[in-house]
Design a protein around this ligand. Structure first.
Ligand SMILES: *Cc1c(COP(=O)(O)O)cnc(C)c1O
Length: 422
């Protein structure tokens, strides 16, 4: 039996496997909570992007905030990807993983001068600039560093991505990007400022988008802008369409990346923009369904209104349910013969918001392990140390072999750097 959205995850008999690894065995070997990723699943998720863009100048920039483990970055760097970064920390990480700076695009509404300097020194491919004020500061930084900053402006096409309010980024009321009707003026300003070289245009309208409509609407709006910007004599080399493609958490039916790209390319070609270098910035869709979080059942706590299944993973390990009320499937790592009970699956953290799943039918006993599915994106990368809980270990399965790619954090590491007052 295979599970939706996760072709590399399946029960063999009573045991849940990721590729050729039993999750129960990995939990025994590495402890819990444990993130487990399948490298093959990541590469399989990348393939439709590469197929969809084959034969054209293109760059797939993995949006590394989705999952920034070094081994994940190394996987995508070796597969030829570039990277979308949103902080100086991410820049250091991706360079440490062996990526080429000249395949890195730097996004984000609040880049500091120090981050700009570091990125200029490293030689990033492009800064995705999100305001006129940032243009001025970046120009100054480039002049000071005696370098040229290649830029694209992130424009806000004002389309509704039809996703959760917290992960919708392309509407007028969002903090992201430069408003459509101010974009031409901002491009004009960019051409006047020293140290800047206009390279392209970009947009990113949100995350977990499950239909192609918002992408096509945004594309049309961006191409309108491209045409008016070029009519004003400013050449744009590349078109960056951002990320945001959704994945299957339960019964969503997002388009496949190659099918979506085919629709977008048809529109791009029809409007005479087929010669441009194309960039995309997928995050979730490359890693989300390549990972699970394995956790041990600590206690079963029956109650009048609710039964609770208390596990050793918590909101600090996996924040999406607490933050967005996100639904993520939870499955037993070893199927039992007896019937299921409906539980709220909760962690040990002292917050009522600390839940991983509500009203889930599970046949489990204390000591059993459960897997939270689709946990490869925006889970470990959002983990915190709340309640002085060390962050989970991470394992990557490569060709059937499990590699520990991050040690479990130890308590002493959590207060290293803090000081008593004498
Ligand atoms: C987060 C982000 C992405 C990736 O979004 P996904 O939904 O994970 O694909 C791409 N570009 C920018 C600018 C982002 O902030």
């Amino acid at each position: 039996m295979s599970l939706p959205g996760s072709p590399f995850l399946a029960y063999r008999g009573k045991e849940l496997f990721l590729e050729d690894c039993s999750l129960d065995e990995l939990a025994q070997r590495f402890g819990t909570p444990l993130y487990v990723y399948s490298q093959a699943a990541m590469l399989a998720a990348l393939a439709p992007y590469q197929r969809g863009l084959a034969g054209r100048p293109h760059l797939v920039c993995y949006a590394m905030k989705a999952n920034s483990n070094l081994a994940v970055l190394q996987t995508f760097a070796r597969a030829g990807c570039g990277f979308d970064i949103v902080s100086g920390g991410e820049l250091e990480r991706v360079l440490a993983a062996g990526a080429d700076a000249d395949k890195v695009v730097f996004s984000g509404v609040g880049k500091t001068r120090a981050e700009m300097h570091r990125a200029l020194d490293a030689g990033v491919l492009c800064f995705n600039v999100e305001s006129e004020a940032e243009l001025e500061v970046l120009s100054q930084a480039a002049v000071d560093a005696r370098r040229t900053a290649r830029i694209s402006l992130r424009v806000n096409p004002d389309v509704d991505a039809q996703t959760h309010a917290y992960i919708s980024t392309g509407l007028k009321g969002n903090k992201f990007g430069i408003a459509h009707d101010q974009a031409l003026a901002a491009y004009r300003r960019a051409t006047e400022l020293p140290g800047l070289e206009v390279a392209g245009i970009d947009c990113h309208i949100g995350s977990q988008i499950t239909t192609s409509g918002p992408y096509l609407d945004a594309l049309d709006r961006v191409l309108d802008l491209v045409e008016s910007i070029e009519a004003a004599g400013i050449a744009l080399h590349h078109l960056d369409l951002g990320g945001g493609l959704g994945i299957v958490y339960t019964d969503e039916q997002p388009p496949a990346a190659d099918a979506l790209l085919a629709q977008l390319l048809q529109r791009i070609d029809a409007r005479g923009h087929g010669h441009r270098m194309l960039m995309v910035e997928p995050g979730r869709s490359l890693v989300g369904n390549a990972g699970v979080l394995v956790s041990e059942v600590l206690y079963l706590k029956p109650g009048e209104a609710k039964n609770f299944c208390i596990v050793d993973a918590a909101m600090n390990d996996l924040m999406r349910p607490a933050m967005y009320e996100a639904f993520m499937r939870i499955e037993a790592c070893r199927l039992r013969g007896h019937g299921a009970t409906v539980y709220d699956v909760v962690g040990p953290v002292c917050e009522s918001g600390d839940w991983l799943g509500r009203d889930r039918a599970l046949a489990v006993e204390p000591g059993d392990r459960v897997a939270v599915l689709s946990a490869g994106a925006y889970c470990m990368s959002m983990a915190s140390n709340y309640n002085t809980r060390g962050r989970a270990a991470e394992v990557m399965v490569v060709g059937g072999q499990a590699h520990l790619v991050r040690d479990r954090e130890q308590p002493s590491e959590l207060f290293r750097g803090e000081r008593l007052i004498d």
